[in-house]
Design a protein around this ligand. Structure first.
Ligand code: HEC
Ligand code: HEC
Length: 343
């Protein structure tokens, strides 16, 4: 006769444990996950990834970039550098399973050996910069500890379209006549990196960070000038906004970013063109990449501080620029109410 005792019937024993396991898994893992998922959708302003950018995400996952880079802006003060607002579930709602075998990729990451990449598409909008940086991080960020990814590039001696060749500084490539060309995977990866930006909230409202100190208007040295205005530190602002491309030495990189040291534009007594370049971006010369616009990113006072720094560094000797001057040039750009320049 069958026993109904757990101690005597091994089938009953194993079956009970198995049912208990199923019940608990459903209660603490499956149900909450499905509930969250059912109640989540991408923001209406979110732009879906193109097939190339999606392929780039697979390269990102395959190369293990997530080991050193997060893509999450936490609701705490120190994360304000990485995005305009804290991240939320909707930011990740579009993610799909990679395929039958592999689950939804987690690119949130948990370790920041390198910077968070949530908004790297805004911070670094130059594909040329990204390519050089992937080929050899030290070629654009001297003190970088990021590994190089040379296998995303080909060394091609003949028959390459000139537009694709990467101008790697001589110190970072083998001697000889090499043409370094990004593979399709490198281009897809860069397309993915440049697509990384936070979607705007549909209402246009800001989603503030909680319990954090009031927003810093600008990098100030702390000592207020006689007029009460904070003194802006042009050197620091240059380091955060311009140095990745134009380099700490002001010498730029051949074939990518022009030197500001000795530049006729920077040293011109009339600074109008220089202000225009910084506000609107610049791309007249095929031998260089694209300079992104800074009109929406920097205030008049910040631009003036950076310009004054550039015009008096690396042997440059041009007169300082005032915030008022930048404001005037900006006003000419965008005729309209005086507040347009306040941004
Ligand atoms: C071993 C850790 C490590 C790995 C792996 C790594 N990175 Fe980095 N990454 C860094 C560090 C450190 C920096 C900061 C220094 C620099 O800019 O090079 C950085 C910087 C960056 C930046 C510039 C961010 C900014 O705000 O300017 C990008 C973009 C980037 N990494 C992309 C990648 C991609 C794509 C991969 C994978 C192919 C990758 N990283 C793999 C450590 C890493
Ligand atoms: C993503 C890379 C990048 C960043 C960041 C960048 N620039 Fe540029 N900049 C360029 C490129 C590329 C050019 C040349 C464009 C061309 O001539 O086609 C350029 C040109 C210039 C020029 C004209 C120089 C000349 O002699 O023609 C000035 C001035 C300048 N940048 C200032 C700045 C300032 C100030 C900042 C920071 C607020 C800055 N740049 C940030 C890439 C960059």
């Amino acid at each position: 006769m069958k026993s109904w005792s757990l101690y005597k019937n091994h089938r009953l024993f194993a079956g009970t444990v198995f049912l208990g396991f199923l019940g608990l898994s459903s209660l603490i893992a499956l149900q909450p996950a499905t509930r969250v998922q059912a109640d989540n959708a991408p923001l209406p302003t979110a732009v879906a990834l193109t097939p190339d950018q999606q392929a780039g995400m697979r390269v990102f996952i395959g190369e293990g970039c997530v080991a050193c880079h997060t893509q999450q802006v936490r609701n705490i003060d120190m994360d304000k550098t990485w995005g305009g607002r804290p991240g939320m579930p909707a930011d990740y709602a579009w993610r799909q399973r990679l395929d039958v075998w592999r689950a939804t990729p987690s690119v949130l990451g948990s370790e920041r050996t390198g910077p968070d990449l949530t908004e790297v598409g805004v911070r670094q909008p130059s594909d040329l910069w990204h390519l050089l940086h992937l080929y050899q991080p030290r070629s654009v960020v001297k003190e970088s500890i990021m590994p190089a990814f040379p296998w995303l590039f080909r060394d091609s001696t003949a028959g390459t379209p000139a537009g694709l060749a990467l101008h790697v500084p001589a110190a970072y490539r083998e001697p000889g006549n090499h043409t370094i060309v990004p593979t399709r995977r490198a281009q897809q990866l860069v397309a993915y990196l440049m697509s990384l930006k936070q979607a705007e909230l549909p209402t246009g409202q800001a989603l503030p960070f909680l319990n954090v100190s009031p927003p810093k208007e600008a990098v100030a040295t702390g000592a207020p000038a006689p007029g009460g205005e904070p003194v802006l530190d042009g050197a620091t602002l240059y380091a955060t906004n311009c140095q990745a491309c134009h380099q700490a030495s002001g010498e730029g990189l051949k074939g990518a970013f022009p030197p500001l040291k000795g530049s006729p534009v920077v040293n011109n007594a009339d600074a109008t063109l220089m202000v225009n370049i910084i506000l609107q971006g610049y791309n007249p010369r095929p031998e260089y990449g694209v300079m992104p616009p800074f009109a929406a990113k920097l205030t008049d006072a910040e631009i003036a501080a950076i310009m004054t720094h550039e015009r008096s560094s690396w042997g440059n000797k041009a007169a300082p620029v005032t915030a008022d001057f930048v404001k005037k040039v900006r006003a000419l750009l965008k005729p309209g109410p005086a507040t347009a320049s306040a941004l």
